[in-house]
Structures are given as C-alpha cells and as structure tokens.
Write a new protein. Structure first.
Length: 201
C-alpha cells in the first residue's frame, strides 16, 4: 500500500536511496507505536486518518517497527514467558488444563494482576506488571486473552462457545497466556526504546 510517490518523498527527505517500501511500512508501524506520537496526536487520531511525520531517525523507527511486527505476527510461536505454574495436583491430566473463566488473584481483597487463577487446578504467578502496559483497543493484551478464552453461552441461541475445543493441545491456552505475556513485555521494552520524533521538515 506504499505508493511510488511516498517512496520518492521518503528517499528525497532522508537523502537515502536505499530506503524501500517495506522499510517505510515498518517505519509507519514504529511511529504508530510511539508513546510520544500517540500522546501528541491523540485528539487528531480520533477524528482523521493518521498523518505520518518525518522523524529525525528513520532507521530507528523502521527497525523497531519491524521487530514489533515480527513479535505481533508470530505471537503464537514465541517462547512462552517462564511464569510459575502452581498446580493443585501432583500429576496433571489433560482435562486439568481446561479453562472456564480466568480471573486475577487477590491480595488484601484487591485484584493482584501478577497472578492469574487459570482454573481450580492451576494458578499462574509472577506476571510482570509492565506486561499490562501493552494496550490493544483500550485493554491490555492479557485482559483480551482472559476475556476471549472463556466458556460462554449465547443467551439468545443457547450456543456454547468453548475455547478448549479450539486446539488438540491441552496446554495450548496456558502456553498462549505465557506467550502473550512475553509479547507484551517485549513490546513495552521495544516501544520505550524508541527515540523522540524530533520531526524534520
């Protein structure tokens, strides 16, 4: 979707003929993840299509955008984050990994987001709190997973939606939660490493 006109504009602006359309695509992905960009242009982004500035360091945004894209496209295959699995049974059977509705742990009567009670047999501990800083459409990616991977019954039709049936791997949802934690933590680290925009004209 990058036009020849845009390619020419970027190459001329940065005086760099090695810039490719793919570089520009990932540059835009990096820019859209910039906390400074999102904060400064928050009101504009609600009303119109995003306008992309010429940041001072093209390669920093393009390279980081590429890393973010790789992470977000491959979230189902990244190495699971090493959360502590607190198991109630000595030997877990396949059915013990089935989920109904995940909830946060409790500490002094308040939700403890470092703990997810996966089901009555399994609790996941030591979730880094910075993982919740990765927000997708107003919610953390972990909140989305907890909400989406729950057994629900549609009131009108009575149809049961059971995420346990989505994979033959009994550990799929447990490991997916761990993978989303890694994706979230690494996204936050990449995003905070982005330089200031320092637009050039």
């Amino acid at each position: 979707a990058i036009t020849d006109w845009a390619l020419t504009e970027f190459r001329q602006h940065y005086a760099d003929d090695t810039i490719s359309k793919e570089d520009i695509f990932w540059y835009i992905y990096g820019i859209l993840h910039s906390p400074e960009y999102k904060q400064r242009f928050a009101s504009n982004l609600k009303k119109m299509l995003p306008r992309i500035p010429f940041a001072q360091d093209f390669r920093a945004f393009s390279d980081t955008g590429r890393e973010l894209g790789k992470l977000h496209l491959n979230y189902e295959t990244v190495e699971p984050w090493p959360l502590v699995e607190e198991k109630k049974r000595l030997v877990m059977e396949n059915k013990d990994y089935q989920v109904k509705k995940m909830v946060f742990g409790k500490k002094n009567g308040k939700p403890d987001k470092s703990v997810i009670v996966y089901n009555e047999h399994l609790t996941l501990r030591d979730i880094p709190l910075k993982a919740y800083d990765y927000i997708v459409n107003g919610k953390s990616a972990i909140d989305w997973i907890m909400e989406r991977y729950a057994v629900t019954i549609d009131k009108a039709s009575g149809i049961r939606n059971d995420p346990n049936a989505w994979s033959d791997d009994p550990r799929y949802i447990v490991d997916l939660v761990k993978r989303i934690v890694r994706t979230s933590v690494e996204t936050v680290e990449l995003v905070t490493s982005l330089p200031p925009l320092n637009e050039t004209h």
